[in-house]
Design a protein around this ligand. Sequence first.
Ligand code: ADP
Ligand code: MG
Length: 339
Amino acid sequence: MADIIQLLPDNIANQIAAGEVIQRPASAVKELLENAVDAGATEIKLIIVDAGKTLLQVIDNGKGMSETDARIAFERHATSKIRAIDDLFRIKTMGFRGEALASIAAVAQVELKTRRAEDELGTYIEIENSVVLKQEPCAYHIGTSISMKNLFFSVPARRNFLKSNAAEMRHIIDEFIRVAMAFPHIFFSLTSNGQQVFHLETGNLKQRIVQILGNSYSAKLVSVKEEMDYMNVYGFVGKPETAKKTRGDQYFFVNNRFIKSAYLNHAINTAFNEMIAKDSFPSYVLFIDLDPSVVDINVHPTKQEIKFEDEKIVYAFVQAAVKHALAQFSIAPSLDFTL
Ligand code: ADP
Ligand code: MG
């Protein structure tokens, strides 16, 4: 019998791997916005057509890429962000896996325009099914634009799994908000089918929360701020009256990365204790900054789950910080502690 095992060609391996990173248009939104943040952009624009099924474009004014980097960026495991495994535990960037652009290029038609400050001309690249169709110099402003067209055009089974435009758009807005909330000093905009959905001028965290979650929060945010030797927690919790019947405005960030943690959510719920009804959910936007060496963010490709070296300490610290903030607010409810 002949041997039967073969290595998959790169473009097929890429398409398979892409499924982990890019499940829907919103996953591309997260990856492309994070790349723009990592590139040091101060302005990031997201343009969507048909909930990202037809077009999804991110334009940034970050540091751009050289001609060679622009090409290699689409290879799998191509990253400028880590060099060795230890770097994962010192990481300051949102990305590090070097998989996003390769995945996007494996399942969509992609156009890149990019230029660095030191280059007179930028680079234009067209790529489809992991194959570069065109690469040429082009005039462009400093920064990068990546357009992703016709997501999953070559994987019809996956395209059929996409939900209605309304449902996919909700996912896109969720991801957009999660990034925009964490970087209030960056301008973000989102347009969908030519309509402006968000236009977020730069400001402080409180201003960004109000821009995103609405004016009803402007006098209802209680500041949280607590420091320990290797960990800070800061941000805002909504006054008890902002609690909702459905899990709504709850945002947790670890080193600026949005994460889901039922465990830490519980810490906050218990800090509110008697102040809100048993069946309602407090509102919060909280950030924990801690030494990257005590957290493992490489648990899942989307990095929304993380592992703390000592989860109990983080739990107790967050709970205490929220309790402390709420206690100050309830001793003198007429004073505004939100500043
Ligand atoms: P990762 O972000 O994990 O490094 P990506 O596939 O998302 O992997 O990106 C690959 C590389 O391409 C990045 O490490 C970065 O050097 C470069 N890159 C991607 N997007 C941008 C951008 N908007 N501006 C500048 N460089 C970028
Ligand atoms: Mg990335």
